[in-house]
Design a protein around this ligand. Structure first.
Ligand code: ADP
Ligand code: ADP
Length: 226
């Protein structure tokens, strides 16, 4: 079977104003190690689909399987990065990166080398003792990505991590993420509005439409990147 399998998934939210068909139909497999991007207009269901894959929400119908097992909420082996980096302001860059290890009551010292490696790969090593307020928006998102990777997750989910950044910083971030991925090569699901960003970063691009909410196009991007 496949690594990650989204099988006839549909998500309907019941609201006071009636049913919202957030995801009408999704059916696809993801191979281990692929960087997959969901691209499409606002409200087409990208976040809902990613939340279900991450086990933060459950499908109304259909199944999502990881290595043949149904994903139950929320998956401890997944890393998450959101539009807002949500760093802890009183903790340093290094402490923020190690925070998941700390909350899981694992040995923080044991993960120091990995934290240092990730900070070096993202150009943040010299900033390891700074606090989030002393960093730029792009740097904060890079810290969030390092934090998402610290416990060697099976899958990293990134929901519009660069949307709040200016265009130039965003291009820098795309380069930084592409370079990082050449090193870490991890299965990733990435959400963006930008088809350009999607094609630049991904092994595979899934294009979604809003009405009905479904995937209309499945593109495999040749490597090396265009
Ligand atoms: P995208 O990430 O592509 O912008 P979303 O997955 O956030 O889209 O939303 C898809 C649709 O589902 C939208 O119409 C949105 O308003 C609706 N929606 C999302 N979450 C909820 C919720 N918890 N309750 C009701 N409707 C929701
Ligand atoms: P550990 O703390 O030893 O990593 P976990 O309890 O986190 O163990 O996970 C044990 C196994 O269950 C792992 O194979 C992991 O991938 C899987 N797993 C963890 N969380 C979930 C989840 N929410 N749904 C399905 N499988 C999960």
């Amino acid at each position: 079977g496949s690594y990650l399998s989204v099988q006839s998934v549909r998500k309907i939210y019941q609201t006071r104003n009636g049913d919202v068909h957030a995801v009408e139909h999704a059916d696809f497999d993801i191979d281990e190690g692929d960087f997959v991007t969901l691209v499409g207009p606002s409200g087409c269901g990208k976040s809902t689909l990613m939340s279900m894959i991450g086990g933060l929400d459950t499908p109304s119908t259909g199944n999502i399987l990881l290595n043949g097992k149904v994903i139950e909420a929320p998956h401890r082996d997944f890393g998450y990065v959101f539009q807002d980096a949500t760093l802890l302001p009183w903790k340093t860059v290094m402490e923020n990166v190690l925070f998941p290890i700390h909350t899981q009551k694992r040995d923080v010292k044991q993960y120091l080398p990995e934290a240092e490696r990730l900070l070096k790969l993202t150009g943040l090593y010299d900033f390891r003792d700074k606090r989030p307020a002393e960093l730029s928006g792009g740097m904060r998102q890079r810290v969030a990505i390092c934090r998402g990777l610290i416990n060697d997750p099976q899958l990293l989910m990134m929901d519009e991590p660069f949307s709040a950044l200016d265009a130039i910083t965003r291009d820098d971030m795309n380069l930084a993420l592409a370079r990082l991925w050449d090193e870490v090569r991890k299965t990733a699901i990435f959400i963006t509005h930008s088809i350009r960003e999607a094609v630049f970063l991904s092994d595979r691009v899934l294009v979604m439409t809003a009405r009905p909410s479904q995937i209309i196009c499945d593109i495999r991007v040749p490597y090396p990147r265009p």
